[in-house]
Ligand binder design. Structure first.
Ligand SMILES: [Zn+2]
Length: 406
């Protein structure tokens, strides 16, 4: 093929993805609106839409009649994706749980399973997922031919779009290609992504009404991350290490971080692991705290118990949380001062309480460049143990529906 011919094919393919993605993110929408917004002709739009309708992925619906009965005549035809065209399995593999969800194409939850299993060395995790995923799908009544794919999210330096795991901080992971090995065992397509990035992709694709770009996704969990989406693109950076805000240093000479080995990084001071460590130290020091009544064994202390003690007005626990949220606010302000996102989405168990949200925003606003204080939109997401797995399902939509030739 000559150069002109191959350029034409490339353009056609890129238009195909662009149109598909635009309809997915703005449906229901008419062909004319898509053509106007993308500066393409309506025949170009129809050239993409007609085969998608033929495959059962898109459908035409009548636009709702305008109020007041005006505009009578032929109703406008709108396009939307058929949510039930495929099922997707999302799996969140983390330090607290391995959770499974089954969703439709729009991220609506069809089934979920929560387990007490956790991220482990590679071979054990692969064997577990190879058993549990088919079992979950059978229980949920999902047929293999209806499955668009399986998405796995886990903490670590992972480039989902390139299918590369740099590290998960657990033994045996770097030598393996989980997506390929698990895909072979299950007989379905598998995609793997970093857990915070998957949540951000989930927010972008499944909860799109709440985003305005550039947007930042701030997750506080065992550690924390702040992922970024700029011009519709997920920022990966070198070694897929973009967004690792947990390893920015906020205290000179502070405690050693068990993950990166440096001193005084945010994770060592303010992640859930740090909160639990500091609360355990309180209990072991014999300090008067409600935690001793809530939990007999400091080694078994949970975030639920810490948040309960805080709710009960425990002064010592409150002091820990104020300190932690002050650090988190400083790190968030530093990100905002660097990237200037329009929207910041915030996700995390410790951010489920109004008091902790106020503490975080108070600290962030004190440390933000003034120009951002009234303009940055903060959006707190309700805490949900399904959010990571749902994000993993969104990665499947991105890879196998929107960025594919399907
Ligand atoms: Zn660190």
């Amino acid at each position: 093929m000559n150069e002109k011919g191959s350029n034409h094919l490339l353009l056609k393919r890129s238009n195909y993805h662009l149109i598909k993605r635009y309809i997915y993110q703005h449906s229901p929408i008419s062909r004319v609106e898509v053509a106007q917004q993308l500066s393409l002709t309506t025949p170009t739009i129809s050239g993409v839409v007609t085969p998608l309708i033929g495959k059962g992925l898109l459908r035409e619906i009548a636009a709702p009649a305008p109020e007041g009965g005006k505009g009578a005549g032929r109703p406008r035809v709108m396009l939307e994706f058929v949510p039930t065209a495929y099922h997707i399995c999302g799996v969140d593999v983390g330090p607290y749980w391995i959770n499974y969800v089954l969703t439709d194409l729009q991220g609506n939850l069809l089934a979920s399973r929560h387990t007490g299993n956790v991220l482990n060395e590679y071979d054990k995790t692969l064997a577990l997922l190879s058993r549990e995923i088919p079992d979950f799908l059978t229980e949920a009544g999902s047929a293999t031919e209806k499955l668009l794919g399986v998405g796995i999210c886990l903490p670590g330096l992972i480039d989902g779009s390139a299918g590369k795991i740099y590290t998960t901080f657990q033994p045996g992971w770097t030598e393996h290609d989980l997506a390929a090995e698990l895909g072979q065992r299950l007989g379905v397509r598998v995609v793997v992504e970093n857990n915070a990035r998957a949540r951000m992709i989930g927010a972008d694709l499944f909860d799109r009404s709440v985003t305005a770009e550039p947007f930042a996704y701030f997750l506080v969990s065992y550690g924390m991350a702040c992922q970024l989406m700029i011009d519709g693109r997920v920022l990966y950076g070198q070694s897929a290490a973009a967004g690792e805000i947990g390893h920015t240093v906020v205290q000179r000479g502070g405690p050693v971080c068990p993950t990166c080995g440096n001193r005084g990084c945010l994770e060592a001071l303010a992640g859930e692991r740090a909160v639990l460590r500091r609360c355990r130290e309180l209990m072991e020091s014999g300090a008067s705290t409600a935690l001793t009544a809530l939990c007999a064994d400091p080694e078994k202390l949970t975030m639920d118990q810490v948040l309960k003690a805080q709710d009960m007005g425990d002064e010592k626990v409150n002091l820990v949380m104020e300190d932690v949220l002050d650090y988190l606010g400083i790190a968030l302000a530093n990100t905002i001062n660097t990237v200037a996102p329009r929207t910041v989405m915030l996700d995390g168990h410790i951010l489920d309480s109004e008091r902790n949200r106020d503490l975080l925003l108070g600290s962030a606003r004190r440390n933000m460049f003034r120009v951002h204080v009234d303009k940055t939109r903060f959006c707190f997401l309700p805490y949900s143990p399904d959010r990571g797995a749902r994000g993993a399902a969104a990665v499947v939509v991105r890879e196998y529906l929107l960025n594919s030739d399907l």
